[in-house]
Write a protein that binds this ligand. Structure first.
Ligand code: 13P
Length: 329
């Protein structure tokens, strides 16, 4: 494992004003996104939306890397080009989603993540196809009795094994333990408690498996109240609680924290990121983004599958990317 190379890539991913675009929706998720704008889920349409985003002029000023789904990295775009080649020309790093979804246990209340067994082999291919970083997502619910100890440990070990294998294959792992903090009626303090526990256990196992902290990024949720909670926090409170949790749990060696948007609106995601970067200046890590929905939602809606809307869709996408980028300053 070349520690310096991994650390250079990780730093490049969270360079000033830049963050990650998560465009790695699985077949099922992308089908849902396209259905929401009345578009059929064909390979052509799924790839067309990704092509529209990467043909937006100047997006590379805001996006350092894109997480891709296997299908998008593997097949030519509708314009006949390979996406990794196009990104390389623009100085944008291609990444790959490596997890293969989740497996339910505890009466369907909890999950652990699938996809480790063929990972080593898959990395040989992904590297050849141009990927330089990867992502693996573990999911946790907030409830009275969950996450259980089994979910905390199983998912942390999965993330640690993935991160180690990713670094050995020469790619930078994005470690994504996502607490579904918006689901439910709990207050922000309960989210803080669960997120703290999750991150503590994750970093314990990253350490035990010998994962190089300077050569990875953390992709956590922001700390929020459930969407059915009686009171909703202000941006300042979200920033304060989130940074408090991160300070308690994330080692200083980690170069960057790239948040997921997790069902927040594009404006909320942008505001919360901005509040964190405005209020807290001397943190050891870069605070950046790896948004999926928050970066894509407005552009996707503007496109609605119509060729004549592509220009407008690119404008929406770029406008949001610029706002999110400015939220880092
Ligand atoms: P959202 O920003 O839409 O939550 O997506 C990020 C992601 O990659 C989830 O795995």
């Amino acid at each position: 494992m070349d520690k310096n190379k991994l650390s250079d890539i990780a730093k490049q991913m969270v360079a000033p004003k830049k963050g990650i675009l998560a465009a790695d929706e699985s077949l099922k998720t992308m089908t849902k996104r396209l259905a929401s704008i009345g578009v059929e889920s064909t390979l052509e349409n799924r790839s067309m939306w990704r092509q529209i985003m990467i043909e937006s002029k100047g997006f590379e000023n805001y996006i350092s890397g894109i997480i891709l789904f296997d299908e998008t990295l593997r097949n030519p775009l509708p314009n006949g080009k390979m996406i990794a080649e196009v990104l390389k020309e623009k100085g944008v790093l291609p990444g790959i989603k490596t997890d293969e979804g989740t497996y339910k246990f505890n009466n369907g209340e909890e999950t652990f993540t699938l996809g480790l067994d063929k990972l080593q082999k898959r990395y040989e291919e992904y590297s050849q196809m141009g990927a330089v970083f990867a992502k693996w997502r573990a999911v946790y619910k907030v409830g009275n009795d969950v996450p259980s100890k089994a979910a905390l440990v199983a998912n942390a070990i999965g993330l640690a094994q993935y991160a180690l294998m990713t670094q050995r294959a020469g790619l930078v792992p994005i470690v994504e333990p996502e607490v579904l903090v918006l689901e439910g009626d709990h207050d922000i303090d309960r989210s803080a408690e669960v997120t703290t526990k999750v991150l503590e256990v994750v970093f314990k196992w990253l350490d035990r498996f010998g994962v190089e902290l300077t050569g990875m990024l953390l992709k956590p949720n922001m700390v929020l109240a459930g969407k059915d909670a009686k009171t909703q926090p202000t941006s300042k409170e979200v920033a304060q609680k989130t940074v408090e949790v991160l300070k308690k749990t994330v080692p200083e060696e980690v170069p960057g924290i790239v948040f997921l948007s997790g069902g927040l609106t594009p404006d909320q995601s942008t505001d919360y990121l901005k509040a964190m970067n405005t209020e807290y200046k001397d943190l050891p890590w870069q605070l950046s983004y790896s948004f999926g929905r928050a970066l894509q939602q407005e552009g996707l809606k503007a496109w609605s599958g119509k060729t004549e809307n592509i220009g407008a869709a690119q404008m929406e996408f770029l406008t949001r990317a610029k706002k999110v980028s400015e939220a880092r300053e």
